[in-house]
Design a protein around this ligand. Structure first.
Ligand SMILES: C[S@@+](CC[C@H](N)C(=O)[O-])C[C@H]1O[C@@H](n2cnc3c(N)ncnc32)[C@H](O)[C@@H]1O
Length: 239
């Protein structure tokens, strides 16, 4: 039986949950810019549309060119969910695969700060995107809580500097399992792992989902009907 959630009423402002006008102002601008980008999104994705429609594996190398100027952010409802979860578990060290212009990072940084301080380790492979993200972090006043690493997540996340409390996997799907395995030895028991877009890119991320569904690997996971499916898993540790 699928879990049903009452959809967020349109008048509910999901990033007001942060109660921080400086961050909210940056998020408002980012979401406005993303809304403008979305109107032409279909044209960006035309070369890959047949793959999306027929649930085939995507050409992720081509995705870099197609999306280099696009936000592709988590929705505000998802950001709010991350904030609540990170606060609930007292997360101090958070890792994010796929930072883009830093929308999700802002929610996570607010949570870490409100938990008494810590670090969000973000990673973005495109330096131009990372530069924009950095200026967003500064403008939002949370740059001191973010360690943005430019490069391939499989390398940049090898050493997160200590036990990781929460992970967001929101990069290209073809390597998501590799990224998870890079971070895994650093997860604390009880760490939460969020994965975005689990249904749209089923052909690419089924290995990761199967891996997390196998009890020998130490996860318990559930897919929430948020956007096109957001998985949340708790790392219970290998026996
Ligand atoms: C969906 S976007 C992330 C959106 C972001 N989490 C947000 O909410 O604003 C995915 C990002 O992952 C980046 N990416 C793809 N492959 C990567 C890799 N191997 N290492 C680091 N970043 C990567 C892409 O360049 C893209 O900007």
């Amino acid at each position: 039986m699928p879990i049903r959630f009452v959809p967020t009423a349109p008048e509910v402002d999901c990033h007001a949950i942060l109660q921080d006008p400086k961050i909210e102002a940056v998020l408002d601008r980012c979401y406005r810019e993303w809304a403008a980008q979305r109107r032409g999104l279909i044209f960006h994705f035309l070369p890959q549309l047949h793959r999306l429609l027929f649930k085939q594996k995507m050409d992720w190398q081509k995705m870099f060119g197609i999306t280099k100027d696009l936000y592709l952010p988590l929705e505000a409802e998802q950001g709010g969910l991350l904030y609540v979860a990170a606060r609930a578990i007292g997360a101090r060290r958070v890792v994010e695969y796929g930072t883009s212009f830093g929308v999700s990072t802002l929610y996570l940084a607010a949570a870490v700060r409100d938990n008494g301080g810590g670090t969000v380790i973000g990673t973005e492979i495109l330096p131009e995107k990372a530069e924009v993200a950095r200026s967003n972090f500064k403008e939002a006043g949370v740059d001191e809580f973010i360690d943005l690493r430019v490069g391939d997540a499989r390398e940049t996340l090898e050493d997160c500097g200590g036990e990781v409390d929460l992970v967001l996997l929101d990069g290209w799907k073809d390597i998501e399992l590799d990224v998870l395995k890079t971070i895994e030895p650093q997860l604390r028991r009880g760490a939460l792992v969020f994965t975005d877009n689990v249904h749209t890119f089923e052909a690419d991320n089924h290995e990761q989902r199967e891996y997390m569904a196998d009890p020998r690997n130490g996860y318990r996971a559930v897919v929430l009907p948020v956007k096109d499916g957001m998985e949340v898993a708790v790392y219970t540790g290998r026996e």
